[in-house]
Design a protein. Structure first.
Length: 404
C-alpha cells in the first residue's frame, strides 16, 4: 500500500493570546508553542490477480489494467470475494489483440477499450433493473473492427464518444426501456449515418431527436425528446419552437448556435437537464479530435409558461424569460373566447392563399392549440368548444380540456 506523509506546523494560539497569555486549570501559564502533526493520505489499494490489476473503489474493485494477451477476455465478477463494479479509463486502451470481451451484469461502469482495433464482439448480460450500467466517455472509441453491439436490459446511458470512430459499426440494438445518449456517442459510425432524415433535416431514433441541420424553426410533432448536443454548433437557427410533445431537452442541445435568439418551450412540464442547453458565440470545432469550445453565455430569450421548468431554468442561469400567453389566448387579453377563434380563422384564410411561414415562434405556440404543427380551422374549432365549456361553468384549463 502506498502512502504519502505530510507534516504541518500548527500554532496553538492566535496572536492575541501571545500578548495576554493563557492558563491551564491550575492557573499556571501555558507557553505559546507550535506542535508538529503528521498524518497519512492513503492512495487507493491495488491488487494484481492473474492478468488483471484492480484498484479499490469504496467497498468494490475496478479493473485498472489488463496485461494479458488473450483474444477472448472475460471480466471477473468478483475478486477475493469482493464485487468488481467497473472498468477504469485506459484499462485496455490500444490493445491490438482482444477480439471479444464478456462483461458481467454486476459491472456498472464500462470504460477503457478505446483503440482496441481487433475487438469484434462485446458480450453484455442483462441487469435486474433499468438504468444501472453506464458506458463511459470514449469507452470503445476507434474500435474499427466492431460491427455490432447489443445493449442489455439495464443500460442507463451511453456517453459522448463511447463508440465514435467505430467505422464498421452498422448494427446497434437497444433494450425496450429508454437509454440516454446523443449523436456524439455514435459519431462517425455507419449506424448513425444510416438513420433516415426527415424532410425537415432531422434524424430521430425512438422519438429522440439525435441531430438537426440547416434552418430550423419548429421541432417535429412525432418526437418526445431532444437528444444531447442535437443541434450543437448549428448556424442559421434564429428561433426554436419546442412544441408541447417534447418532454425533455438534453444537455448542450443548442450550444454554440451563434444566431439563436429565442427558444420557445410550449410544454410547461418539459424537463430541462441540469447542464447548459444553449449558448451563443461562434464555436471552434476540431472534428479530428472532437474538440469543441464555445461560450457558456446565452444572450437570447427563453419563452415558456409561468411556473414551468423553462422559467426555473432561465432564472437559475440568469437568462431573459418571457411568459407565454395561455394556450389559445391569441390576442393576450387573458381570455380564450370567440375573438381568439376569429383571429385564428383570419390567419388560416391568409395562409390558404399565401405560403405559410412561422413568423414568431411564441405566437405559433399559443395559436397551434391542438399541437399538430399547423394553424387552421381545427384550432379555431377547439377554441370555440372550450369557450362554450367555460361559458357553462367549466373550470378546466384549455390544455386539460383538450386532453380529455
Amino acid at each position: 500500500m502506498n502512502s504519502k506523509r505530510i507534516t504541518a506546523a500548527v500554532f496553538a494560539f492566535v496572536a492575541a493570546f501571545s500578548c495576554i497569555g493563557a492558563f491551564n486549570g491550575t492557573g499556571v501559564a501555558m507557553a505559546n508553542a507550535a506542535e508538529d502533526f503528521s498524518w497519512e493520505i492513503k492512495e487507493p489499494e491495488t491488487l494484481t490477480e492473474g492478468d488483471f490489476t484492480y484498484v479499490q473503489s469504496g467497498r468494490f474493485w475496478n479493473v485498472q489494467k489488463y496485461s494479458g494477451s488473450d483474444k477472448n477476455v472475460v471480466i471477473p465478477e468478483r475478486v477475493n470475494g469482493v464485487t468488481v463494479q467497473g472498468i477504469e479509463a485506459k484499462a485496455f486502451s490500444g490493445n491490438k489483440t482482444i477480439e471479444s470481451v464478456e462483461i458481467p451484469a454486476g459491472l456498472y461502469s464500462v470504460n477503457g477499450f478505446d483503440g482496441c482495433t481487433s475487438l469484434k464482439e462485446i458480450k453484455f448480460h442483462d441487469y435486474e433493473t433499468e438504468k444501472l450500467m453506464i458506458v463511459g466517455e470514449n469507452a470503445f472509441k476507434d474500435c474499427v473492427s466492431l460491427e455490432s453491439v447489443a445493449f442489455p436490459f439495464g443500460t442507463a446511458s451511453i456517453n459522448n464518444g463511447a463508440f465514435a470512430g467505430c467505422t464498421s459499426l452498422s448494427t446497434v440494438t437497444f433494450p425496450e426501456h429508454y437509454v440516454d445518449f446523443g449523436k456524439l456517442a455514435f459519431k462517425n459510425t455507419p449506424w448513425l449515418d444510416s438513420l433516415p432524415m426527415d424532410n425537415n433535416g432531422y434524424k430521430l431514433f425512438r422519438g429522440t431527436i439525435l441531430s438537426g441541420f440547416g434552418y430550423v424553426t419548429s421541432i417535429p410533432r412525432n418526437a418526445e425528446k431532444i437528444g444531447n448536443a442535437a443541434f450543437r454548433g448549428q448556424s442559421g437557427l434564429y428561433e426554436i419552437l419546442v412544441p408541447a410533445n417534447i418532454k425533455e431537452i438534453g444537455d448542450n442541445a443548442f450550444v454554440g448556435c451563434s444566431d439563436l435568439k429565442k427558444i420557445v418551450i410550449a410544454n410547461p412540464d418539459c424537463r430541462i437537464k441540469s447542464g447548459l442547453i444553449a449558448s451563443n458565440g461562434a464555436p471552434y470545432i476540431n472534428e479530428d479530435y472532437d474538440v469543441f469550445s464555445y461560450s457558456s453565455v446565452f444572450s437570447g430569450t427563453i419563452c415558456g409558461y409561468k411556473g414551468s421548468d423553462a422559467e426555473k431554468y432561465a432564472k437559475k442561469h440568469d437568462i431573459k424569460f418571457e411568459e407565454l400567453n395561455a394556450l389559445g389566448d391569441v390576442n393576450g387579453d387573458g381570455k380564450v373566447d370567440s375573438v381568439d377563434a376569429s383571429a385564428i380563422l383570419g390567419k388560416y384564410a391568409k395562409n390558404m392563399t399565401e405560403e405559410m411561414h412561422i413568423v414568431d415562434a411564441a405566437e405559433y405556440a399559443v395559436e397551434d392549440v391542438n399541437n399538430d404543427g399547423t394553424i387552421d380551422s381545427v384550432d379555431a374549432s377547439s377554441i370555440l368548444s372550450y369557450y362554450a365549456y367555460t361559458a357553462s361553468g367549466g373550470d378546466k384549463t384549455i390544455r386539460d380540456f383538450l386532453a380529455k
